[in-house]
Design a protein around this ligand. Structure first.
Ligand SMILES: O=P(O)(O)OC[C@H]1O[C@H](O)[C@H](O)[C@@H](O)[C@@H]1O
Length: 546
């Protein structure tokens, strides 16, 4: 049993002026009893338009208590699986259905293979693990997410091909009566965990979505709930010192001054990857109606965009306080989940938006679907430029200057980013094998001098993707796609993973281009050589050119 960290979450603001404006808002929120009303599930806190949705989205405040019955069910299943020699857990789930268990298991130091990709190579690597020891957890609140459905089909076929009874190795987490529950019952899958339907995906860390995969993988999820229970009283108090009110106040005040970026760096928190979870919570909850908070996750407190952040950003150290950050936020993992959920929902009230919907995610899904439904391959158009293993496509209104070479085209693209806007790098690649692509964030941030985000596609579509389309329209989007060396059929579906992956990139690109955003797609005909060339091109960019 892990020791329970029952320290109250702490929010420490550096700088008197920022602390003062946060405190003023926290006092107002305390006087309005927002924390206690939220804890009691008052759906009117976000105005009449959000009320119907909020009425079925607020059960997360009580999960430290209501999720406890799950612990025995998870422990029993884990021990049965272990008795059969099944101790490798693969999780298929997108966004809210995988980000929390990824953080929980990383903090606990237990292995979990997460599939939140359509990259055929990455999925093939997960399939190449020892299937005789593998259980697949299929997590989807809606039960209809295409990536997760594809993973289930592929693994089911692979288990059978390996002579393993697939139904005995598939565990499902889903909302009651979802299409996935129906499939699971019909196929006789090993176990179905019915999640609490009154909690939205990105607030579901302490529901079955967070607890089942992490608990099966060996994390002490009982301790996690105890941590959340220890933090809960402080977060529900109507006092200006309530850390959730202070944090919401800080972010709300920043946004009203035009500082919409929230730059996250870990500072010895012991919670690796926590910001990737917070990124979805904040971006999807607030990034809509042309406003919102844009999370930017960086490599450390010394990284570009953090150390040199401008007045369009609030810098957040996850962990120990430091003069280098506007604010340091620390606490146990269970307490931190709850703190950020409270702070984000309350910031939503300050922003005047509904923090429980994600109206712009569907647009990209629809565009990808219609590309997949088309009889022929998704139309890519002609490249505007080819340089060795790199092809450049500019499918929107923005075009590189005539006759530009690759370095010049990238520089011109960066120059098209609005002042105090942001650059978004979207890598539809293999997050393990092509991990080096992530260095592009640091390089581009340093050389372009604007806030720069990095996301793996299609994972980010279920996270920052909402903000890109629904939030402030000041982004420029650099997509990276690549030829897949091997491809995987999706059983009983007319597409392969590689076709799905490309359709997702093209579909999202279409929506961004329709919104008039600068868009450039770099296609790597050889991933290794192409990435090396792209890194070189990015290194030639100079901020002065912006
Ligand atoms: O859990 P699922 O229903 O499969 O949904 C997975 C993800 O899908 C969408 O992209 C939503 O915007 C996310 O909030 C959600 O976490």
């Amino acid at each position: 049993m892990t020791e329970v960290n029952d320290a109250a979450p702490s929010v420490v603001i550096t700088g008197g002026a920022r602390a003062e404006e946060a405190r003023e808002l926290a006092e107002r929120l305390a006087a309005e009893s927002v924390a206690s009303e939220l804890t009691m599930g008052n759906p009117t806190l976000w105005g009449p338009e959000a009320e119907a949705e909020a009425a079925v989205r607020l059960a997360w405040t009580g999960l430290a208590r209501t999720s406890r019955p799950l612990l025995g069910e998870i422990a029993a299943l884990r021990s049965d699986l272990h008795a059969e020699g099944v101790d490798r857990v693969v999780l298929a789930g997108m966004g809210g259905s995988s980000l929390a268990p990824e953080v929980i298991t990383a903090a606990a130091g237990v292995p979990l293979t997460v599939l939140d990709t359509t990259d055929p190579g990455q999925v093939a690597d997960a399939l190449a693990g020892d299937l005789s020891r593998t259980v697949l957890v299929v997590s989807s609140k809606s039960g209809s997410t295409v990536e997760t459905d594809s993973h289930r089909r592929i693994f089911e076929a692979a288990f059978e091909a390996a002579g393993i009874v697939a139904s005995s190795r598939i565990v499902v987490v889903t909302d009651p009566d979802s299409p996935l529950e129906l499939t699971a019952r019909t196929a006789g899958y090993r176990h179905v965990f019915r999640a609490d339907p009154n909690v939205g995906g990105r607030y579901s860390a302490l529901t079955a979505f967070g607890l089942v995969p992490a608990g099966l993988a060996g994390a002490d999820v009982g301790a996690l709930l105890a941590e959340a229970a220890a933090a809960a009283p402080a977060l529900s108090r109507d006092e200006a010192s309530n850390p959730a009110l202070v944090l919401a106040g800080l972010l709300g005040a920043a946004l009203s001054r035009g500082a919409e970026k929230v730059v996250f760096a870990d500072n010895e928190s012991g919670l690796p990857g926590f910001a990737d979870w917070a990124e979805q919570l904040i971006a999807e909850s607030t990034g809509k109606d042309g406003t919102g908070l844009l999370p930017v996750v960086v490599e450390g407190i010394d990284a570009p965009n953090f150390a040199d952040a401008g007045d369009d950003a609030t810098t957040v150290a996850v962990g120990a306080p430091t003069e280098a950050a506007t604010v340091a936020v620390s606490g146990s993992l269970g307490g931190s989940f709850l703190l950020w959920e409270y702070a984000t929902a309350i910031a939503g009230r300050l922003l005047g938006i509904n923090p429980f919907d994600q109206p712009d995610v569907e647009a990209a899904k629809k565009a990808a679907r219609s590309l997949l439904d088309a009889d022929s391959d998704a139309p890519t158009g002609d490249p505007v430029l080819v340089d060795g293993a790199v092809e450049l496509y500019a499918p929107g209104a923005w075009q590189p200057p005539a006759g530009a070479d690759l370095d010049e085209a990238i520089t011109a693209f960066v120059a098209a980013t609005p002042d105090q806007g942001y650059l978004s790098i979207q890598a539809y690649l293999d997050r393990e094998q092509d991990a080096s692509a992530s260095v592009l964030r640091r390089e581009l941030a340093r050389n372009a001098g604007v806030q720069t985000t990095f996301g793996w596609g299609p994972r980010f579509l279920h996270s920052t993707g909402q903000y890109h389309k629904g939030g402030h329209q000041n982004g420029a989007f650099l997509q990276i796609t690549g030829v897949a060396e091997e491809d995987l059929e999706v059983p009983e579906r007319p597409y392969t993973l590689a076709t799905l992956q490309l359709a997702q990139a093209l579909g999202d690109g279409q929506v961004l281009a329709e919104k008039g955003r600068p868009l450039l797609r770099v296609h790597l005909t050889d991933r290794l050589a192409g990435l090396a060339r792209l890194v070189h091109a990015v290194q030639t960019v100079r901020g002065a050119d912006r």
